[in-house]
Write a protein that binds this ligand. Structure first.
Ligand SMILES: [Zn+2]
Length: 519
């Protein structure tokens, strides 16, 4: 005797790294011994959803279907985890048991976690999953009310719900009351960066002030060397204050990564990220927690700043991990035999003491380190790592009283003016790098940089001469020309001239070269 079988289908999604994958959920109900099974390479977090779904269905005034229930989540060859399938499975169970009837030919996409009382909650990664849903016609989309920002940045058309009951009532309507979500005005989400940390605070540190401006304008990595209390950390915050807001397309990218591990209370903001790391950071906090793919600092700093404090105290392993994104602006993460690539395009700013006691550069203090100890301290940073840094600047201790006065009397607000200048250079670069999307002076990859940068013959001759005298590597000349290009852009000069190269070489790595020789 054949059993009666009902099968229905609807859609949900999951994030595989930064890639959104559409899932078809099939639900079959047959008469027989009661059973509720979920299959399709799902981990325990999905199998546990059975308890939540059953409770939510009952609490919402519906009845858990009888008989043998099998839920199959495709694609069956990909690992899935998390609670985002709850809502879709619950809706499917109500359809298969005829408690929810839909107009003919209706397709459904649903996602969200269910609580035992039938509420619909956010789950991490919705901003990535919603990428599946823009330009989708004839699909009734329901998602958690708390995910409207993810809906806005992906321009989707759907209906946000706060309970299972609301989802069922809405889906059963003859005309689905969907809303179009759009990010129409980025102005109202603009949060100024670090307004309380104005660049004028760095009085008496002109070289660093200029280095910060060049770093922001050309997207250059920067290393600050100075005594404890000289204002290195402050300089990092100030660099942040010089960066113009995220472009609209970058807002989506930054928000999606933050949304991968955080499910609520995320502010949609055009402020660029600022991430701070110190020497005790674990490798998985830096890259990614492979278990649930929660992003590490290298991903969270994308489109903003990564500040590494006490850089010479970092382990060699961490320094090596920093190298890949500093060179390629992206990182590859291996999980379950598969490689995931993420953008990791930040301005790196490192800060270090000049030696273990920190006083080597201060004329009024005596350094207690031996030349050998100084060398060992600085040699933590390898040549290949230092090669990836465009600008070096020293910071000196300012008399505490003078610093307090300068902060107290600081009525100047110069960062906005500097930020405007940075913004102008970015516009020049956007035009120059039309054929190199997403690139700027610090990151563009091109065999013939001299031509692309319009380096004139005098300037090129100077650069070559300087490299012979100082022993720059090919990469060293390359970095020199990049900084020269930014200085020319700050001056609104079309060509890179001798004077730009002369200024750029002031920011070359002298400290490490010179001191490491003083063994
Ligand atoms: Zn010392």
């Amino acid at each position: 005797m054949s059993r009666k079988q009902n099968v229905i289908r609807l859609y949900s999604g999951f994030a595989d790294g930064a890639i959104a994958v559409k899932s078809e959920i099939e639900i079959s109900q047959t008469s027989g011994i009661p059973n509720f099974d979920i299959i399709g390479l799902c981990d325990s977090s999905i199998r546990e959803s059975r308890g939540r779904i059953r409770a939510a269905i009952n609490a919402s005034g519906f009845v858990m279907p009888k008989g043998q229930i099998t839920v199959n989540i495709s694609p069956a060859y990909m690992h899935k985890s998390g609670s985002a399938f709850d809502l879709a499975i619950a809706i499917g169970l109500l359809i298969v048991s005829n408690q929810l009837s839909l107009p003919t030919g209706t397709d459904i996409y649903a996602e969200g976690e269910l609580s035992l009382d039938g509420k619909v909650k956010s789950t991490p990664g919705s901003a990535i999953r919603f990428r599946l849903l823009n330009n989708t016609n004839n699909l009734r989309i329901v998602f958690p009310l708390t995910e409207t920002d993810s809906a806005r940045i992906n321009s989707i058309e759907g209906y946000p719900v706060s309970t299972l009951k609301e989802a069922v009532e809405t889906l059963s309507l003859p005309v689905f009351p969907s809303r179009k979500f759009i990010l129409n005005n980025t102005e109202n989400i603009f949060t100024p960066c670090e307004e309380d940390t104005d660049i004028s605070i760095l009085k008496g540190q002109e070289k660093t002030v200029r280095a910060l401006l060049i770093a922001a304008a050309g997207w250059h990595n920067l290393l600050l060397v100075g005594s404890p209390g000289a204002g290195k950390t402050l300089a990092g915050r100030i660099l942040h204050s010089l960066l113009p807001p995220l472009y609209p397309e970058e807002i989506e990218e930054v928000y999606s990564v933050r949304n991968m591990y955080s499910d609520s209370n995320l502010l949609l903001s055009s402020q660029r990220p600022y991430r701070y790391i110190h020497q005790l950071i674990a490798p998985n906090k830096l890259i990614c927690n492979g278990l649930n793919m929660s992003p590490g600092e290298l991903l969270l700093a994308n489109r903003g700043i990564l500040f590494a404090d006490e850089l010479c105290e970092f382990s060699g392993r961490i320094i090596d991990l920093l190298r890949e994104p500093m060179e390629d602006n992206r990182i590859n993460i291996l999980k379950d035999g598969q490689t995931y690539t993420f953008n990791s395009n930040f301005i790196f700013i490192g800060a270090t003491n000049p030696c273990k006691c920190g006083m080597y550069m201060e004329p009024s203090h005596k350094c207690s380190c031996t030349p050998g100890a100084r060398h060992r301290y600085l040699s933590k940073l390898s040549g290949p790592f230092l090669d990836r840094i465009d600008l070096f600047s020293e910071l000196h201790m300012i008399d505490e009283k003078a610093l307090k006065n300068s902060v107290k009397n600081n009525s100047e607000n110069k960062s906005p003016e500097y930020r405007k200048k940075v913004s102008e250079v970015w516009e020049i670069c956007k035009e120059r790098y039309k054929a190199y999307p997403d690139k700027n002076n610090g990151t563009v990859i091109e065999d013939n940089l001299t031509e692309l940068f319009r380096v004139n013959s005098n300037a090129l001759e100077s650069a070559v001469k300087l490299s012979t005298i100082n022993g720059y590597s090919a990469r060293g000349i390359n970095r020199l020309l990049r900084v020269s290009r930014t200085i020319a852009d700050l001056n609104n000069d079309k060509d890179v001239e001798n004077k730009h190269v002369m200024e750029a070489q002031l920011y070359k790595n002298r400290i490490f070269n010179q001191w490491s020789k003083n063994k």
